[in-house]
Design a protein around this ligand. Sequence first.
Ligand code: NOJ
Length: 558
Amino acid sequence: MPEHWYREAVVYCCDVETFQDSNGDGVGDFPGLTSRLDYLARLGITCLWLNPIHPTPNRDDGYDVADFYAVDPRLGTLGDFAELLHEAGNRGIRVIIDLVVNHTSDQHPWFQSARKSPDSPYRDWYLWSDKEPEDRYEGMVFPGEQNETWTYDRTAKAWYYHRFYNFMPDLNTANPEVKDEIKRIAAFWVQLGVAGFRMDAAPFVIEASPQQPKDFTFLTDLRSHLQWRQGDSVILAEANVGADEVGEYFGDAGGSANRLHMLFDFALNARLMLALARGDAEPVIDALRDTPKLPEGAQWATFLRNHDEVDLSKLTAEQRADVFAEFGPEKEMQLYDRGIRRRMAPMLGGDRRRIELAYAMQFSLRGSPVIRYGEELGMGEDLSLTGRDAIRTPMQWSPGANAGFSGGKDLVRPVIEQGEYGYPHVNVVSQQQNPRSLLSWFERMIRTLRQCPEVGLGACSVVDVPMPRHVLAHQADQPDRGAMVFLHNLADEDVTVDLSSLGKYAEYPYELLADKDYPPVDDSLSTISLAGYGYRWIRLRDSHGRHTGGQTTRGGLA
Ligand code: NOJ
């Protein structure tokens, strides 16, 4: 089903500037990334999401865009970018890029023109106020780094609105000219060959200001515009919104997804973190049960870590406190009073069993998994860097100088050198040589998932049988593709579970992935053992309707 490629995608998020430097200037670039595509192909990912690639003053890691129609010269030329797209395509990897159109950099020529005169053709592309707005100190997204949402501009002699930093003025997306320009930008990149976009701050894009209603029809319009240009292009949106609103982001009342194709599942992300922190499956079960019914064709994008802080804002104070206590107990690990600026491996105490468990759980839950670069190695964070930079250090390729990231001296960000997460210990070269490494496990796990299309395409449900609180048992079912059951044990305690009620779905059940060698699954599914922090992925039925002789892929250390 090529038109639904995104529903079976495995997405890898990568920041070009910290991935691979090819020319020794200390900044990662397109030729560097292109030279690493074979690595990504071996890992098994099918879609590469690039953090912003445009010219930028780089005060918010590229999310402050100064020209939407060009690439940042530090990363290479437009020709280099086209080569990257071509080479990725050769390996069956689609590339999506960030579409950051809630705001621009204050250095963008539109803003420079707009601030100079009320008669500028771009004046109304931004939001202005002659008087100091009453809500000047409300709605900051980055508390501690940002103290207002309206800033006075001496040149303009007026206040301008910005949800994020004051160097990123918000575009007035209620202006039809701005809407047309956004469509033009997206169409331009699709024309160059990108497969779609990760849409930054989607709720803000459709709500020009908090005083105005959300214009969901713009999403319908944008999608239809894109799909006339390239039928299978997709929009994966960042929208941390409540369950009651989710449906509107995906589609109108027509019943099929005609707006955004995919949304990051922030609600599930926070509950996964809570479940891992408490050793309790209930938060994930709640999240699955609370999931609204999605329109046909809509898809979740699941994730554990991304390039921002772990966002715990939608948890209760008590739940948040539990996650902070387990994963971010020190003040310096926390950010914006709501999040944690760490990577998974250190949060899980470097415990290989828990890292595998966490990712096995994410990848087996409904939706398309998204993974942040370096997580497949178990990279750590550098808390001496400010804010979110802690988790944006260069990729660790080898035990050689600069982790093999660059031959230069002045690196865009320091590599992690010291301690158990330093590149002498955590790097691609050593892990590729070791079939028992975390990287080798990720390769096996991703390839196994790609054999299970029912995870992305099918219905996901919690298995309705009594289970200890620390065990998550869920099922993925797609009538013409097959059915799987997944067991994940969130506690360090062996357990035996009875899944015999699934017998009616099962035809010669067999295991596809597990943390260690278990006795073969018996046909009755009545006695299934699970080690502490163990997991088992069991095929109940395949698309052929019969046992095809699959073999367990042992995931763990044993
Ligand atoms: C969300 C992005 O993920 C974040 O990194 C960025 O700072 C803001 N949007 C502003 O663009």
